[in-house]
Design a protein around this ligand. Structure first.
Ligand code: GLC
Length: 473
């Protein structure tokens, strides 16, 4: 586990905490050295990432799963009609009816449900079925017994092994889910069975990763879309791969010659912990997580985890009496009590006395009496953790984009969604800036990073439509 080797004297002035004691500054310098990543270090990680992608395209069951989505089409944008979709993310579930207008546009009627803890731990598929029922009933869309079953696109944002467009066995849970009895089973069957238990005849036309559906949603209006990326509760990406480069693909070659591959990049460096910049704070989080040694890359980048890394850092400092005079609280002591959204607010608190941060420390975390220096240190932690996440997210992007240099010679669109990308201050800029260090300028200017908010619902409907068309041919 190599450390980052940036000498202290080169550390950025931004990480000097005004008014800090020498001991406090020393501790912040330790953090800065751990969390700042040199281009040299990032370059090495990108190289290893690329190697792992190749390994995953050659065989099953490797660290990067390179899931074959069976999506072998690109929409033309002229497709029309209404399709249903279920969009299951890490935090929310949406049920939608999407109408494609044939001009690259789509409108939808949708309902959003927050995933309750009970569903995350036990009743997931029954919960989804109930949400579908609520949606259909509320909108008067429940099909009569005489009508054909409803055809639906299912965005399922967890790793599955896909043998066809409408089946996929769960490899393992990520992002805090732990519903028993699902690993190794077809999630489409689990869903259809739960729907049948409610008397709803629904046929899943396609099951897809949120990255795949985000990509297809963008592709519906933009023929240059090549990659779909999520930086949200979890992180992952999908891209169009040349079938000739997928050694593990044993099926007939599709007419298009390409297939969307979902990298499942959150798992990069899992089990091995060989190359990512692990700090003691990451290791502590990992040990206590539901999936120790799993999703190593995701745990440094995504919204589910960054608050927890920051909380670990706070306790490390407090235990040395370098923060909050060594005080903590029942809330600060509890795992996951610091939501990542608080780091977002802290990173941009520019009030003279850091009022927002005072609120977070004293009210949310229940540790009264913070000093201005405590609050400045908190802000520095938020910046360090967030900036490392943004820099590391460029790793997967660059590795994927440079894998197909043929695509970079013309304009290409990277569709991106997720709370980190949308809300974390500076995330999008730092990510793009970092990526620009590793892609030749002439090619980099062809890349358009395109925020694709809530694309996964529309994308699932587009894919359901393309899959249904294909079956009818
Ligand atoms: C997690 C899931 C992956 C999903 C990503 C983004 O990494 O394993 O399937 O695409 O989160 O939601």
């Amino acid at each position: 586990m190599a450390g980052n080797t940036q000498p202290a004297e080169q550390l950025d002035e931004r990480y000097r905490v005004a008014g800090a004691t020498a001991e406090q500054q020393q501790a912040v310098d330790v953090l800065t050295r751990q969390f700042l990543l040199t281009d040299e270090r990032l370059g090495a990680i990108i190289k290893e990432f690329r190697r792992r992608m190749e390994v995953g395209l050659a065989a099953d069951s490797t660290m990067l799963k390179m899931v074959l989505s069976h999506v072998v089409w690109r929409p033309t944008g002229q497709e029309t009609g209404s399709y249903f979709a279920i969009d299951l993310g890490g935090t929310n579930l949406r049920v939608l009816r999407v109408t494609l207008d044939g001009k690259g546009g789509a409108t939808s009627v949708h309902q959003k449900f927050v995933l309750p803890e009970e569903a995350k731990k036990r009743t997931l598929f029954d919960f989804i079925a109930q949400c579908v029922e609520t949606f259909l009933d509320d909108h008067n869309m429940r099909p009569a017994a005489s009508e054909p079953p409803l055809s639906i696109g299912f965005t399922f944002s967890y790793p599955i092994d896909q043998k066809s467009i409408n089946s996929g066995t769960l490899i393992h849970w990520t992002k805090g889910l732990s519903v028993p009895g699902c690993i190794g089973r077809d999630v489409v069957r689990l869903l259809e069975d739960a729907l049948l238990r409610l008397g709803l005849r629904v046929k899943v036309a396609a099951v897809v990763s949120d990255t795949v559906s985000t990509l297809l949603a963008a592709a519906y209006s933009d023929p240059a879309a090549q990659m779909g990326v999520i930086f949200g509760t979890g992180t992952n990406a999908a891209y169009y791969e040349d079938v000739a480069s997928i050694a593990k693909w044993k099926g007939a070659d599709p007419a298009s010659g390409e297939m969307v591959v979902s990298i499942e990049w959150g798992a990069f460096d899992s089990e091995e912990f060989a190359i990512l910049p692990f700090t003691p704070h990451d290791i502590k989080l990992d040990r206590k997580s539901l999936n120790p040694r799993g999703q190593a890359y995701e745990k440094m980048i995504s919204g589910m985890y960054l608050g927890e890394i920051a909380r670990n850092i706070m306790l490390w400092l407090a235990d040395q009496r370098l923060l909050l005079d060594g005080r903590s609280s029942a809330i600060l002591n509890a795992m996951w009590s610091l939501d990542t959204s608080y780091l977002s607010s802290a990173a941009v608190d520019n009030t003279p006395d850091l009022a927002e941060i005072r609120q977070i420390i004293e009210k949310t975390l229940d540790v009264p009496g913070s000093t201005l220096v405590d609050r400045r240190i908190f802000k520095t932690i938020a910046i360090l953790v967030g900036e490392r996440a943004a820099r590391l997210s460029a790793v997967g992007l660059v590795a994927t984009l440079t894998k197909r240099p043929d695509l970079l010679s013309k304009p290409i669109t990277v569709a991106i969604d997720g709370s980190m990308y949308e809300h974390y201050p500076g995330f999008a800029c730092i990510m793009a800036e970092t990526a620009s260090h590793f892609i030749p300028e002439g090619q980099f200017k062809n890349i358009r990073f395109s925020p694709t908010k809530d694309g996964s619902g529309v994308g699932a409907a587009v894919i359901a439509m393309l899959a249904t068309q294909q079956q009818q041919q």
